[in-house]
Design a protein around this ligand. Sequence first.
Ligand SMILES: Nc1ncnc2c1ncn2[C@@H]1O[C@H](COP(=O)(O)OP(=O)(O)OP(=O)(O)O)[C@@H](O)[C@H]1O
Ligand SMILES: [Mg+2]
Length: 249
Amino acid sequence: MSPLLEVRELSVRHGGLVALDRVDLEVESGHIVGLIGPNGAGKTTFIDTLTGYTAPVGGQIRFDGVDITGARPHRRSQAGLVRTFQPLELFDDLSVRDNLLVAAHTPTVWSTITDALWPKSHDTTDTHRVLELLDLLPLADRLPVELSNGERHMVALGRALVSSPRLLLLDEPVAGLDPSETAGLADRLRRLPEAGTTVLVVDHDMSLIMGVCDVVHVLDFGRLIASGAPDAVRADPEVIAAYLGDQGR
Ligand SMILES: Nc1ncnc2c1ncn2[C@@H]1O[C@H](COP(=O)(O)OP(=O)(O)OP(=O)(O)O)[C@@H](O)[C@H]1O
Ligand SMILES: [Mg+2]
C-alpha cells in the first residue's frame, strides 16, 4: 500500500534563501509523525507547502496516491489534507458546539435553500462525535472566554477535526500550554489515528513529540538530517549536535 503522504525532492525558496532542500518524507496512514528541528529549519514552510500556501521550486507531493503538487489549497482540504486553526481564531460569541458546527458546515446552494426553509436541518453527528472524542461534551454550551487556555486549544483541534480529515497538520499545537495541558492534548492526539485521522505534528516540545509519535523526522537548514523511531532519532549524534543538545537525552 502506498503511503498517505509521499513527498519527493521537495525544494522551496524564500527569495535567495533555500528554505527546503530536496526533502523526501513519507507519512503512513494511521501514524502520528513528528517533524522537529531548530528555529528557521523550514518546518512551517513544509506545512505551508503541503497545504498549498507556498509554491515549491522543485519536487512532488502525492496525497493518497494523487499528485497534488500544483493543486489549489481548497482542493487539498477537500481531499482531506487539513491544518489547524489558531486557538485565538475561535468565535467568541458562539458556544463550543457552534464553533465546531460552523467549521463543519460548508454552505452550498442547496444547503442555503434548505437552511432558509428548515433552519434546524443541519446534521450535527460529526460535531457530536468530535466533542465526544476530545472530552469536550461537558463544555459544549460554554463560550470560549469561559475556557482555560488548554481547553481553547482543544476546541481549535476540534474545529479541524469536524471535516474528518485524512491527514491533520499541526504547527506547534502546545505552544503556550503548561505541562499538564500539554499532556492532556497529547492524550487526545493519540486517539486520532483510530478515529481515522493521521497526524503530522511540528513542535519544539520533546515530551509531546517523543510521547506521541510513531516516527520522527528532523530538519536542519532545510535539509532532512534524520528519520526514524523517536528513540533512534533522540540518540542520533547529528540530531543532538544540530538541535537536541542536552534536552533530548
Ligand atoms: N515569507 C518568508 N519570506 C522570506 N523568508 C522566509 C519566509 N518564511 C520563512 N522564511 C525563512 O525561511 C526559513 C525557514 O522558516 P520556517 O518558518 O519554515 O522555519 P521553522 O522551522 O518553522 O522555524 P520555527 O521553529 O522558528 O517556527 C527561515 O530562515 C525563515 O526566516
Ligand atoms: Mg515554524
